[in-house]
Design a protein around this ligand. Sequence first.
Ligand code: PLP
Length: 421
Amino acid sequence: MSKLVLRNIKKTLVPWNIQKNLKQIQITSADGCYLISDKKKIADFTSGSMAVNLGHNNKYILEAFNRINSKGYSYVPSHMSTYEREKLSDNIINLLNPSYNKVLFTNAGADANESAIHLVNEYFKINNIEGKNRFLSLNKSFHGGSSIGASLISGDDRNDVKKLFYKLPFETVIENPSFKDEGKKSLNMFEDEFKKQDVAGIIIEGSSGTAGCILYPSNYLIKLRKLCNDYNVKMICDEVMSGWGRTGIMFAHQKYNINPDIITTAKGITSGYAPLGAVILSKSMSEIYNSNPILLGLTYSGHVLSCAIANNCINLYTADDNKLVSSVEYKSNILNKKCNEMLNNYNMIKDFRLNGLLGCFEFSLTNNEVKHLGSYLLHNGIHCLTMRNCIFIAPPLVSNIEFIIDTLNKMDELFFKFQKY
Ligand code: PLP
């Protein structure tokens, strides 16, 4: 592949980057599992940022743009209803068991998580339960990059510096579960904090994403759910990255048979075609709003275009008895086999972890070396999200087996060259 052209970024501030002399490739179009930069194809092997589950340029999803355009409205405020918004709430609730009954829309994942935290605070206030206002999360977790709320409850190192600016009762002190003790140490840490009686809620992912796809031991979430019940702590389950079939089931937590009090989601809900987030409330959390106003709302929450796109996406996820979501297990097995071979073949790879089509290689290289490896892959036609010492593998759900195998074979060749180099 001839070299990708880098362009200077002059006036746009690019998140998480030092701006001086910043250059980026420019994406000029996209199709299926490929991004295209000046006619050069790049395998989108992490579905954008684990959002484009249904692939680019899907004509059925794009039909939603025409549907909304043909009506003439650009925007409908939240104090008026639209068919698409109501239909979407209905569609989402129908994907879950009967303990959930209401959906609050947001613009994306970070504000969905911040809203969920606020709803938990409101729950305790309205029920006159005093002294509960602290929230806990797991180390290295990521729940959004906004300035304070979601960012401060995230446990990853991008937010360490930000925590110096603000003081909120959000703590990311809990160790991730380990298979060695079946998560016991992590559960004990949660319980020790719960005993202090001031914990209102916890936020965990349905399946860990950028923390490094750290897998939950089999009964960990059930035990955590029980602890939350015992200490009257609300469980928020962040399905922003792990939702929408990514792990082979509609929402990852459903594999573990738990009912979080609140589920948040975004990304795959529109397969990245438009911004949208959703906060899904269990009946016990939503019933207070029968007689109290909900103290949240953003201008573009539940934008009619995003809702129309999401409805089309849900039709694709659920078509033929969830055929696409069910196909993830088979694709995951193939991916797992090849990636484990690579794990065995390269000393520079320390571990490979995967849940459905949400996985990552963890390297025994420095973070900087891994950044270079990610960039080397990109310039040779493979886009993978790269963070700390991890390279993530999360192809679109619509990937066919040839795409997965071809991309992994190419990645294998590139790892070999990089290692020698
Ligand atoms: N939660 C998780 C698990 C995420 O991975 C992300 C983003 O990557 C977010 C929340 C934030 O979502 P958004 O960037 O849409 O605000």
